[in-house]
Design a protein around this ligand. Structure first.
Ligand SMILES: *[C@@H]1O[C@H](CO)[C@@H](O)[C@H](O)[C@H]1NC(C)=O
Ligand SMILES: *[C@@H]1O[C@H](CO)[C@@H](O)[C@H](O)[C@H]1NC(C)=O
Ligand SMILES: *[C@@H]1O[C@H](CO)[C@@H](O)[C@H](O)[C@H]1NC(C)=O
Ligand SMILES: *[C@@H]1O[C@H](CO)[C@@H](O)[C@H](O)[C@H]1NC(C)=O
Ligand SMILES: *[C@@H]1O[C@H](CO)[C@@H](O)[C@H](O)[C@H]1NC(C)=O
Ligand SMILES: *[C@@H]1O[C@H](CO)[C@@H](O)[C@H](O)[C@H]1NC(C)=O
Ligand SMILES: *[C@@H]1O[C@H](CO)[C@@H](O)[C@H](O)[C@H]1NC(C)=O
Ligand SMILES: *[C@@H]1O[C@H](CO)[C@@H](O)[C@H](O)[C@H]1NC(C)=O
Ligand SMILES: *[C@@H]1O[C@H](CO)[C@@H](O)[C@H](O)[C@H]1NC(C)=O
Length: 694
């Protein structure tokens, strides 16, 4: 028991240091005094578990702190260290060559710091070193082969600013089994025979810039291979997916690979295959090992049908065939993929309907089939896919009404159905979708009025700035990292492609339908809404002044409807508004001469016969008045302001009063302002009066 007391003391000291990130060099010196007298040390994370059993005093783990400054030379005196972990700090300078004295060191973990220079040549003496984690440091000297000990088993030097690596680098590394050299420049001849047998090789974003490196074919026990974004050209060599391959994980995404895949590849062990973003063509192979959990073929030139065999893959959680030329129907048998969480078949040439059997896919989180030729009724079978977050069936030929059961998909966050042939009303049940942040029903034949319940879409009500990425529901961290839902939406009048969806991306697009009636909704609820598009409908009545309460609104399109009456002054409060279109309506009166709204150009207001004022050419020659910033709308102020606004409007129409009366009124106002200091009211009245006078 007593033996642990000094350790406890150090423990406390450790926390003291962790809390004082400044002057760490001093802290280290102090630490060293204590170390050298006790000659051992402390703490640890998961990686240290195996070492701890060997000796309690052989571990120094200071990972994930705010350590800055240089690594002190004196660390090299802790000669009993077996594990040294100083990753995820802000350490600078070069690695002291004194660390080469740690002859018992097995793990050196220095990744994610600001270390420059290179690996000191003294490291070749670290004859016990098996694991070196040095990635994500800005090393600016070439790392020499003669500085790495032959004992290395695991070497990670990724993201080190395009280190150039040649074959001599590996000359002595005969024990290497795990090699991570992402973001490097490889200068290796095609005939090279490496001295090691790897089981994992990651060369992500390495500029290989040639055909598939043939030396990889000498790695007979390779289980995991990533060569993504490495400028590979040519075909995928047969031996990669051959009988003898032990590969479980293969990632060749983002290259320029061409050609067809062998239709009867006999690879036995494969679990994850990512071939996305190449120029591969031909059919999707129809033989797959039963353990496949992930197939990414998107963004290629694949053609032919979806192979029925995929329906037997009970572990498949992700199938992405988007952006190919796949034809035929969506096979009902896919519903046997009981683990399926993501099915993305978007932008192909599929026809037929969505199989009713899909109701069995209880884990399904994303169903994306946009831009095909799918038809039939709304895929009501998805009513039991209660995990569904993203349903994108846009750009197809679906027809019929939107069923009320849509309200049962309580996890839905994105509902995109644009450019189909849907008819009928928007079901009021839509308001039950508490998480819905994107609703796109544009370019259908939807009629009736906008249901009042829509205002209870809760995801639109939060002003949160936290932009977490929408990721699959119910998946592990790893799964969430691999797949993020992409989305195409029209915002601010432009087609935008989002590679992923942030929780702050909120949009309601009901444009180009046959909606009618007035929109008597209290939009003040939708504090978090960014894009609202109601254009090209038959909506009438006045523009609700509560639209002015959507503080984050960036784009508002009410064009090509039958809105009448005045443009509410409140629209001038929309300071984030970058796009506004009120054209082609029956609006009348003067455009509020506020600060923001007049910055939009003429076309935003055109084709409203009775509308006038800047920026329309009618009466546009009046001087512009710069107003002080408007006051946030709260209830009481709103009321006083409304009544004054009413008076102002009355005045603007009261032409019969003539200039004299208005001048008197101006004087009255001036007096009131002077005596009652109702500044706020003047800010609204003043321009109106000026308009009248002129
Ligand atoms: C610790 O190392 C430094 C430099 O590496 C050396 O000058 C010093 O004498 C060493 N101290 C002890 C106690 O060994
Ligand atoms: C590497 O970077 C460090 C710090 O920025 C600098 O002092 C050193 O001269 C650089 N070395 C080379 C070879 O560029
Ligand atoms: C291999 O290691 C030996 C000493 O262990 C060293 O002399 C030699 O230079 C190293 N070879 C290369 C290519 O680094
Ligand atoms: C691909 O690699 C290049 C450098 O070769 C890098 O600039 C780019 O960010 C990488 N792209 C991805 C998606 O990783
Ligand atoms: C699909 O799964 C069901 C059981 O869930 C099974 O009876 C049926 O044979 C499977 N179909 C195919 C073609 O594997
Ligand atoms: C959904 O589940 C319910 C109850 O389990 C069932 O009655 C209904 O038929 C299912 N719907 C579909 C389309 O399979
Ligand atoms: C859908 O929700 C309604 C109530 O809103 C409920 O009666 C019905 O059973 C639900 N249907 C399914 C398939 O869960
Ligand atoms: C393949 O590599 C790319 C880029 O490095 C990465 O974004 C993607 O998630 C990887 N795929 C899998 C399945 O891990
Ligand atoms: C609103 O929708 C219409 C038709 O769908 C489209 O033409 C217009 O560009 C959209 N407006 C905005 C601001 O995105």
């Amino acid at each position: 028991m007593e033996a642990y007391l000094p350790a406890l003391g150090i423990f406390l000291l450790y926390f003291t240091f962790a809390l004082i990130p400044t002057n760490l060099v001093e802290a280290y010196r102090l630490l060293w005094v204590i170390f050298s007298s006790l000659n051992y040390l402390l703490l640890g994370d998961n990686r240290t578990a195996s070492l701890r059993s060997r000796s309690l005093f052989s571990v120094l783990s200071l990972d994930n702190n705010q350590l800055s400054g240089n690594i002190p030379d004196s660390l090299g005196n802790l000669s009993l260290l077996g594990y040294l972990g100083i990753a995820n700090n802000q350490l600078r300078g070069s690695i002291p060559s004194s660390l080469g004295n740690l002859f018992l060191l097995e793990h050196l973990v220095i990744n994610n710091n600001q270390l420059s220079g290179g690996i000191p040549s003294s490291f070749v003496r670290l004859s016990s070193l098996t694991h070196l984690y040095a990635d994500a440091n800005p090393f600016n000297e070439t790392i020499s082969s003669s500085s790495l000990p032959a004992s290395l088993h695991y070497l990670s030097l990724s993201l080190n600013h395009h280190q150039s690596i040649s074959e001599t680098f590996f000359h002595n590394l005969t024990s290497l089994e795990y090699l991570y050299l992402s973001d490097c420049v490889l200068n290796i001849s095609t005939t090279w025979i490496p001295p090691f047998q790897l089981s994992e090789l990651y060369l992500v974003s390495c500029m290989i810039d040639s055909e598939f490196p043939s030396w990889i074919s000498t790695q007979f026990s390779l289980e995991s291979l990533e060569l993504s974004n490495a400028s590979l050209i040519g075909v995928i060599p047969y031996w990669i997916l051959g009988t003898n391959s032990l590969l479980k994980h293969l990632n060749l995404s983002g290259n320029h690979l061409q050609g067809r895949l062998s239709s009867n590849n006999s690879i036995m062990h494969l679990e994850e295959l990512d071939l996305s973003g190449n120029s591969l063509s031909g059919y999707i192979p129809s033989m797959w090992p039963a353990n496949i959990s992930l197939l990414l073929f998107n963004d290629n030139l694949f053609s032919g049908n979806i192979p029925l065999i995929l329906g037997q893959l009970s572990k498949l959680w992700l199938l992405n065939l988007a952006n190919n030329n796949i034809t035929g129907v969506i096979p009902a048998i896919l519903s046997n993929c009981s683990s399926l969480m993501v099915l993305n078949l978007g932008n192909n040439s599929l026809d037929g309907g969505l199989p009713h059997e899909f109701s069995k896919l209880s884990k399904l989180s994303s169903l994306v089939v946009h831009s095909n030729k799918l038809n039939g009724l709304f895929p009501w079978s998805i009513e039991n896919c209660s995990n569904l977050q993203v349903l994108d069936i846009g750009n197809n030929l679906f027809e019929g009404e939107i069923p009320a059961l849509i309200g049962n998909l309580s996890n839905l966050r994105v509902l995109a159905m644009k450019k189909n042939k849907f008819i009928g009303n928007i079901p009021s049940e839509i308001g039950q979708l508490k998480k819905l942040q994107i609703l796109i029903l544009s370019s259908n034949h939807i009629s009736g009025s906008i249901p009042h319940t829509i205002i209870s879409l809760q995801a639109m009500t939060s002003e949160s700035q936290d932009g977490s990425v929408l990721s699959i529901s119910g998946g592990s961290y790893k799964k969430k990292k691999i797949y993020k839902d992409p989305l195409d939406i029209i915002s601010k009048g432009r087609d935008e492609h989002y590679k992923y969806i942030l929780s702050t991306l909120t949009s309601i697009d009901l444009s180009n339908n046959e909606l009618e009636g007035a929109i008597a909704l209290d939009f003040g609820n939708w504090k978090g809404l960014k894009f609202l598009n109601l254009s090209m409908n038959n909506l009438n009545g006045t523009i609700p002044s509560s639209l002015g309460g959507i503080g984050q609104l960036e784009s508002l399109d009410l064009s090509r409807n039958k809105f009448s009456g005045q443009i509410p002054l409140e629209l001038d409060f929309l300071h984030s508004l970058g796009f506004l279109d009120l054209s082609n309506n029956h609006l009348s009166g003067s455009i509020p001469q506020g600060r923001h709204i007049t910055t939009f150009n003429e076309s935003c207001f055109s084709q409203n016969p009775n509308l006038w004022g800047c920026p329309l050419p009618k009466k546009c020659s009046w001087p512009q008045f710069v107003l002080p910033p408007p006051i946030p709308v709260n209830k009481e102020k709103q009321n006083t302001k409304d009544s004054w606004y009413g008076i102002a409007l009355g005045l603007s129409y009261g032409v019969s009063f003539g200039g004299v009366v208005s001048l008197i009124l101006i004087k009255i106002s001036w007096r009131r302002i002077c005596f009652n200091k109702i500044d706020t009211i003047l800010k609204f009245m003043f321009p109106w009066m000026k308009n009248l006078r002129l």
